[in-house]
Design a protein. Structure first.
Length: 152
């Protein structure tokens, strides 16, 4: 193996390990939010808070599953991983806004619906084969329902 191809392999492994570490670190985030919700009540948007937390929880598991494929050199789950990654960012933001009764929650809910629809579609492609993808798609469906109830 040439030196340049060794460097590419090393960089790729680092990226995978960094990504896996980020997933593991973020896996604790929903628990922090759940405690916050418990201590501060349910506010104006309890269904959205619950649904986004479920999306985050199932999305982290789905993303971790996708990463396991990447580690083997299999990129068949790339679209799923990409849509889940975007959903995680959106649901984290939506959960924070809903938890704090933000005046922007209703506006953000419309965008959250669109992002969760994309994630649901991507995960449904793998739902029959992969339980974590089905769980993520189902959580997105519930989140879509909750966000539509408050959407502006």
């Amino acid at each position: 193996m040439s030196e340049s191809s060794e460097n590419k392999t090393t960089i790729s492994r680092r990226e995978v390990l960094l990504g896996a570490g980020a997933v593991l670190a973020a896996a604790g985030v929903p628990n922090v939010f759940a405690k916050q919700e418990h201590h501060h009540g349910h506010g104006k948007y309890p269904d959205v808070v619950t649904a986004t937390l479920d999306c985050i929880r199932t999305g982290e598991a789905c993303l971790d599953h996708c990463l396991s494929f990447f580690k083997k050199g299999d990129t068949s789950m790339a679209e799923c991983a990409d849509s889940v990654n975007q959903m995680l960012a959106m649901c984290t933001a939506m959960q924070k806004l809903a938890s704090h009764n933000s005046k922007y929650a209703a506006e953000m809910a419309m965008t959250c619906v669109r992002v969760c629809k994309d994630c649901e579609l991507a995960c449904n492609k793998h739902a029959k084969k992969h339980e974590v993808c089905r769980a993520c798609a189902d959580a997105c469906k519930d989140c879509i329902r909750a966000c539509k109830q408050i959407a502006a």
